[in-house]
Design a protein around this ligand. Structure first.
Ligand SMILES: Nc1ncnc2c1ncn2[C@@H]1O[C@H](COP(=O)(O)OP(=O)(O)OP(=O)(O)O)[C@@H](O)[C@H]1O
Length: 278
């Protein structure tokens, strides 16, 4: 049997490392002492892959994402993108936040156009481009609405459109759907995967949910409890596109085997955390 074109393409693309995280450590100095958020983290992320990052609360997932975004600097080690050390934010990366982080005083269109404005794109061009992405996330008729007039799911679609409008190489998402109800979350998971299939950005997606990590990712990166380290990177070989049939991927043996495997690793860590805290 021959491999599907998508799988073949993935195996070729996976050869090209785009982000290299080498020996990264990060400690926050607080009033109540130091918090060792990350220690000696090593991770390679490949061009065009969709990785999900999973781990117990406080293990440094957001910190890892912020290091890639250039919003935080490591104390030790380095993070490179395309071979160049990341020293700050750049147009090649954009981020989607759990709490949407929209400008409340600006319309949907202005919010989506924001990154283009920062990059100096002329008004008419940025409005056209922003509208393209507003349309892509199905919010054309809300282009002139304000964030408070939208549901949480719609606001997060604005957050995703804003991040994609600048055409980043890498899309970073920090628990983007965790504030949403189950059905909205599922629809946005499907939409995000459809957009990813079409655009093939490199995606780093942080989540608390084992199911979400497996449903979306090519690999699930499992982080261990504080100080956070990358424990395992578990490949998910569920075929893509994942939501093309009404049969949900959750029913497949692969899905169940990977979620069981991940839960066993997480459960051991959670038990360890409880033991060390008593
Ligand atoms: N700016 C900061 N100042 C002080 N401590 C911080 C700061 N940012 C993060 N921390 C601490 O570093 C640790 C890792 O935080 P981080 O938010 O990266 O974890 P996380 O895995 O994303 O957590 P969660 O799953 O709960 O969102 C936590 O103990 C957190 O309190």
């Amino acid at each position: 049997m021959t491999a599907s074109p998508i799988k073949e393409r993935q195996s070729v693309e996976r050869q090209e490392r785009i982000i290299e995280i080498r020996g990264v450590s990060k400690t926050f100095r607080g009033r109540h002492g130091d918090v060792h958020a990350l220690r000696d983290v090593d991770l390679d992320i490949y061009a065009n892959e969709f990785i999900t990052v999973l781990g117990p609360s406080g293990c440094g997932k957001t910190t890892l994402l912020r290091l890639i975004a250039g919003l935080t600097k490591p104390d030790g080690g380095e993070v490179t993108l395309g071979g160049k050390r990341i020293t700050g934010p750049g147009p090649d990366r954009s981020m989607v936040f759990q709490d949407f982080a929209l400008m409340p005083w600006a319309t949907v269109l202005t919010n989506v156009a924001f990154g283009l404005q920062v990059r100096g794109v002329a008004k008419s061009e940025r409005q056209d481009r922003a509208m393209e992405y507003v349309r892509m996330v199905g919010l054309e008729s809300f282009a002139r609405s304000y964030p408070h007039e939208l549901s949480g799911g719609m606001q997060q679609r604005v957050g995703i459109a804003r991040a994609l409008a600048v055409d980043p190489t890498v899309l970073l998402l920090d628990e983007p759907f965790s504030a949403l109800d189950e059905q909205t979350r599922r629809l946005l998971q499907e939409q995000l995967l459809q957009m990813w299939e079409a655009q093939r950005k490199t995606v780093v997606f942080v989540t608390h949910s084992i199911e979400e990590a497996v449903l979306l990712g090519d690999r699930v990166v499992l982080m261990s409890a504080r100080p956070g380290r990358v424990g395992r990177a578990v490949p998910v070989s569920l075929s893509r596109p994942r939501f093309e049939s009404v049969d949900s991927p959750e029913g497949s043996e692969e899905f169940m085997a990977v979620t069981r495997d991940l839960w066993q690793s997480l459960r051991a860590q959670a038990a360890e955390a409880v033991e060390t805290s008593v």
